[in-house]
Design a protein around this ligand. Structure first.
Ligand SMILES: *Cc1c(COP(=O)(O)O)cnc(C)c1O
Length: 397
């Protein structure tokens, strides 16, 4: 890109410099190509573009230069060959499944997934004859028992949402290897390439909700499918240009600016989250803290091996179920009550009644999402101010 060999550069340099292809106008900042279609010089050129004998833009549902800049930047950060941008994180997951699975296929999915992902597998993908078996996120024996000859996909989030459970990506790769072309898919929305590189650990595909940390400022909804395999990227792209859940160039522009500060944001927020987790862990009104940076956490050792830091998301449980959880949340003043995460603003969420309200009670219990559980996405305000606000909530219960 502009003559620089990006593979040899540090992550932070790639975050700033990768993806840009300057036009003859000499702009220093990425332009937004606000155009739905592209003009051809002749009928012959139009025909050649459609026949894919000549590369180039046709229509922004297929490709757009601003969206391409985001794809190149994220691929460079991931150290991956290919990236396909999508309209949302769910669009990334849905398009991947539509393009790579068919009726009769079997999927093994972790219990601790983003709520809509679980709903997508069980309610919508099931309509097309793809059956999904849910397993306890961290129990590798359960994963092994669930895998069958017709299993075509293992789907996991590590750390999981919202309990931050850690799964050994390398071990899942071994299980996937027992089947004929079974894809290991990792939703890495909460870690980002700053903390974890699933493709290096054995994953075939990484999916992102760019909505979260990649943007980092809560401005836009988007997603991405990242992979080193051309067959997967080609299939996803072909499906996307037909089914239409493409990323808008406006959003791609927003994500490109978000990616420039990704490493700085994620590292700083992780540092703050560690401090907050330690403080909550000692707090008499807190029953339990779920954060992989704490030595007593189920996945602490594995997270140390698999990740470069422990991340900005943590959960904690209070006594008194929903009543006290809501009271705590409602007694904070600064922290935002919203269902997003990965924002520079600290966010507090009650998963059982919001992000995970649409899955069944049984699924919630299997995922460990109790009524007293509170999720925190630590932002970039001063750690002391975040703690002071949570303390106000804790003293109210
Ligand atoms: C938010 C989220 C999604 C869905 O992303 P959208 O952009 O909201 O569609 C998927 N996975 C995880 C882990 C998420 O946090």
């Amino acid at each position: 890109m502009n003559g620089l060999d990006m593979k040899s550069k540090d992550l932070q340099t790639r975050a700033i410099r990768a993806g840009l292809r300057r036009t003859p106008q000499g702009e220093h900042s990425l332009p937004i190509y606000a155009t739905s279609s592209f003009v051809f010089e002749s009928s012959k050129q139009a025909a050649d573009r459609f026949a894919e004998v000549e590369p180039g833009n046709i229509y922004s549902r297929f490709t757009n230069p601003t969206t391409l800049a985001f794809e190149n930047k994220l691929a460079a950060l991931e150290g991956a060959e290919r990236c396909v941008a999508t309209a949302s994180g769910m669009a990334a997951i849905a398009t991947l499944c539509y393009s790579m699975l068919e009726g009769g296929d079997h999927v093994v999915a972790a219990a601790g997934l983003f709520g809509s992902t679980t709903t997508f597998f069980n309610k919508y993908l099931a309509k097309f004859g793809v059956r999904t078996q849910t397993v306890s996120t961290t129990d590798l024996d359960e994963w092994a028992d669930a895998v069958r000859p017709e299993t075509r996909m293992l789907f996991v989030e590590t750390p999981s949402n919202p309990l931050c459970e850690i799964v050994d990506i390398g071990k899942l790769k071994e299980l996937a290897g027992e089947c004929d072309d079974c894809l290991l898919v990792v939703d890495s929305s909460t870690t980002t390439p700053v903390l974890q590189l699933p493709l290096e650990l054995g994953a075939d595909v990484v999916v992102y909700a760019a909505t979260k940390f990649l943007d980092g400022h809560g401005r836009a909804v988007g997603g991405a499918v990242v992979t080193n395999r051309d067959d997967i990227a080609d299939n996803v792209f072909a499906c996307l240009r037909t089914t239409g859940a493409s990323m808008s160039p406006f959003n791609a522009w927003t994500f490109c600016s978000g990616l420039e500060t990704l490493a700085l944001r994620v590292r700083e927020a992780s540092k703050s989250a560690m401090e907050i987790a330690r403080w909550l862990d000692r707090h008499p009104k807190v029953k339990k803290v779920y954060y992989p940076g704490l030595e007593h956490h189920q996945g602490h050792d594995l997270a140390k091996k698999q990740q470069s830091d422990f991340g900005a998301v943590l959960s904690f449980e209070v006594d008194g179920g929903r009543k006290n959880a809501w009271k705590l949340i409602d007694s904070t003043e600064m922290i935002s009550i919203t269902a997003n995460l990965g924002d520079v603003k600290t966010i507090i969420t009650h998963p059982a009644s919001t992000t995970h309200a649409r899955i069944t009670e049984e699924q919630r219990m299997a995922a460990g999402i109790t009524e007293g559980l509170i999720r925190l996405s630590v932002g970039l305000e001063a750690t002391s101010d975040i703690m002071e606000d949570i303390e106000a909530g804790l003293s109210a219960i």
